[in-house]
Design a protein around this ligand. Structure first.
Ligand SMILES: [Zn+2]
Length: 229
């Protein structure tokens, strides 16, 4: 059961933000396709449970999304809710273009002059694909940050270290941390009942504090690692 839907212009719609009257008005006025399920972007319908909980359900029989996309969605859902509570207007699956190629961001929002993207990664991806996707955002003038599922974070950290040992450190193990690079802002995300924690080499903060550091432009690469400065 989800309390999050997405509007046609990819803005989040929270069921709990409606009072009883507003919810009934939505039920009376929506058209199929006005609201989409965040898991699979198919039409959503507003419903009320027997104990008066307001929620969204699939218009069609069910959801085609996998357990992988369930984690992905749950993470995006807490991101959206925390961002809304911090006063920014996040968008889902926002498309954009660089000079060379197109992208679609998991979460996109604007703070002043800065365009910010958060990518959430659950499934395996090769280091060069992470870097290529990041480069697209750089070319578009977008600041992109990555939140990785723990196994992905560990795999990517190892790949980055191996890559640097080969290309920068002439085959020798460097002193200090080597699993972070300045051109790839990343951290591990642990989803929990509360809202989740963002964890890095020298970082352990609530999701809200981490998002706030993005808004304030305080998530920085310093002394070999990504920290809140
Ligand atoms: Zn779905």
């Amino acid at each position: 059961m989800t309390t999050l839907a997405v509007s046609r212009d990819r803005k989040p719609v929270l069921a709990e933000s409606f009072n009883e009257h507003g919810w009934q008005a939505l039920k009376d006025s929506y058209k199929i396709g006005d609201l989409l399920m965040p898991c699979c972007m198919t039409p959503a319908i507003p419903k009320t449970s027997p104990n008066f909980l307001q929620f969204f359900a699939h218009y069609s029989d069910g959801c085609a999304s996998s357990p992988e996309s369930q984690w992905h969605l749950a993470t995006k859902e807490v991101l959206i809710k925390e961002l809304l509570s911090l006063g920014v207007e996040p968008k889902f699956e926002e498309p954009g273009r660089s000079a060379k190629s197109a992208w679609k961001a998991d979460i996109f929002f604007v703070v002043g002059e800065r365009q910010i993207v958060i990518e959430v990664q659950y499934s395996y991806q090769h280091l060069r694909d992470y870097l290529r996707r990041q480069e697209r955002y750089v070319q578009s003038g977008v600041s992109a940050y990555w939140l990785l599922y723990l196994p992905r974070y560990l795999t990517l950290s190892k790949s980055l270290m191996q890559h640097r040992i080969k290309t920068e450190f002439a085959g020798k193990l460097p002193k200090g941390t080597a699993q972070c690079i300045p051109q790839f802002p990343m951290a591990c995300f642990e989803l929990s009942d509360e809202n989740g924690m963002v964890i890095g080499v020298k970082l352990k903060v609530t999701l809200k504090d981490w998002l706030n550091s993005l808004i304030l432009n305080e998530f920085k690469y310093e002394a070999g690692t990504w920290i809140i400065a």
